[in-house]
Design a protein around this ligand. Structure first.
Ligand SMILES: [Zn+2]
Ligand SMILES: [Zn+2]
Length: 379
């Protein structure tokens, strides 16, 4: 169970905005990993939790939703369904808190955004998430190749606001930051010149402002959709092959490009053939006389119709007979693999008295020295 946001900040439910800010400042100072006296990992986790609570309670709309529906109501407010640092839009408040403490404001971003390319700090255009889609095909599909249509659930640009998040697509470039989503301030001190970059206070890093949120997507600029996507599964496709469909992932944020879709292909095991690269293995069960005398037998092939396989006289059990070019095509081109047939025999469990007599004769029990089969094998 997620903790109650008011409890996290130690507040009553009627707390005013000032009280919320005050409580957050106190806790942020206590748990900021750079200044905390507690275990660093625990403090980091706590710092994130109090920041999440602050993000919700200081925002009138989010607070209203939370008061009414609790945590369950908020999943739509966070870009990934639950709170991450990407959803935190009050870095300027943190700069206030740590600004007087020797530039902690800047290091916060680096800490949570992995070394902080300035791009990551901005909430401006961001590429959408890439998605993975798993699909299973048969060995026959891998032999022939396949064109297939799949339904992919993903987010797409909101059609009402063209992805801008503003009602009717009405947005302006932020006048404060010129669309960059961040502002620079230069400060001179006795030690030198400090340049600090912080999120634009006017647009909260989005780089643009709008009069009214788009009601269809609640300002997100994206909506959930299922799209039909045609994929071409190549001839000879191998297990776990990944096909990339550029731009078929989730829509980007703030006009950023969409992510990619990766289709991962699994080849279902076959009832008759076992695959080994581009070769196909087959077990052939035949009779003792056919191995001893030689024969032509029908065997199945992956292309559907059966083929004739010649068993040479005197073939031993477990011999592997090769059918060149009867395997699978190779994914990148090149000659087809082979079909490899391992020979087995089936020993009958029940015999008539006539059959028994014949077999005894063959085995030399009737005085015929060595028996017929042994004579054949000796040749
Ligand atoms: Zn919209
Ligand atoms: Zn701005």
């Amino acid at each position: 169970m997620p903790e109650d946001y008011y409890q996290v900040l130690g507040l009553e439910r009627e707390a005013t905005k000032d009280e919320i800010k005050k409580a957050y400042r106190k806790l942020a100072r206590q748990y900021h990993p750079d200044v905390t006296t507690e275990d660093k990992e625990v403090a980091e986790e706590r710092f994130k939790t109090v920041s999440e609570a602050y993000e919700v309670l200081v925002d009138d709309e989010k607070r209203k939703v939370y008061d009414q529906y609790g945590h369950a109501g908020l999943s739509g407010s966070f870009s990934g369904g639950s709170f991450t640092w990407d959803d935190f839009s009050h870095f300027e408040d943190l700069s206030d808190i740590f600004g007087g403490m020797g530039g902690f404001g800047g290091s916060i971003f680096d800490m949570f955004f992995g070394g902080g390319g300035q791009q990551r700090r901005s909430r401006g255009p961001r590429q959408g998430d890439s998605l993975r889609y798993d699909i299973e095909v048969t060995l026959e599909d891998a032999f022939k190749g396949l064109t297939k249509e799949i339904d992919v659930p993903h987010t797409v640009q909101c059609s009402d606001c063209k992805g801008t998040g503003g009602k009717g697509g009405d947005v302006q470039t932020c006048s404060e930051c010129g669309g960059a989503g961040q502002v620079q301030s230069i400060r001179n001190s006795g030690f030198g010149r400090f340049v600090s970059v912080s999120v634009c206070p006017k647009c909260h890093g989005e780089g643009r402002t709008y009069k009214e949120r788009c009601p269809s997507c609640n300002g997100a600029g994206r909506e959930q959709r299922s799209s039909k996507i045609t994929i071409n599964i190549p001839v000879g496709v191998e297990e776990s092959t990944r096909l990339r469909v550029p731009g078929a992932g989730d829509a980007g944020a703030q006009g950023g490009p969409p992510g990619d879709l990766f289709v991962v292909i699994h080849v279902r095991p076959h009832k008759v053939f076992r695959r080994d690269g581009s070769n196909l293995w087959l077990e052939l069960t035949t009779t003792y006389p056919k191995l001893a005398l030689g024969a032509e037998v029908e065997v199945p092939t992956i292309q559907g119709e059966s083929a004739m396989l010649k068993i040479p006289a005197g073939t031993q059990v477990d011999t592997v007979l090769r059918m060149p070019g009867q395997g699978l095509p190779r994914m990148g081109g090149g000659p087809r693999g082979d079909q490899l047939v391992r020979v087995r025999i089936q020993v009958p469990k029940k015999l008539s008295s006539q059959e028994k007599e014949l077999l005894r004769k063959l085995d030399g029990e009737d005085g015929n020295k060595g028996g017929i089969f042994e004579n054949i094998f000796r040749k």
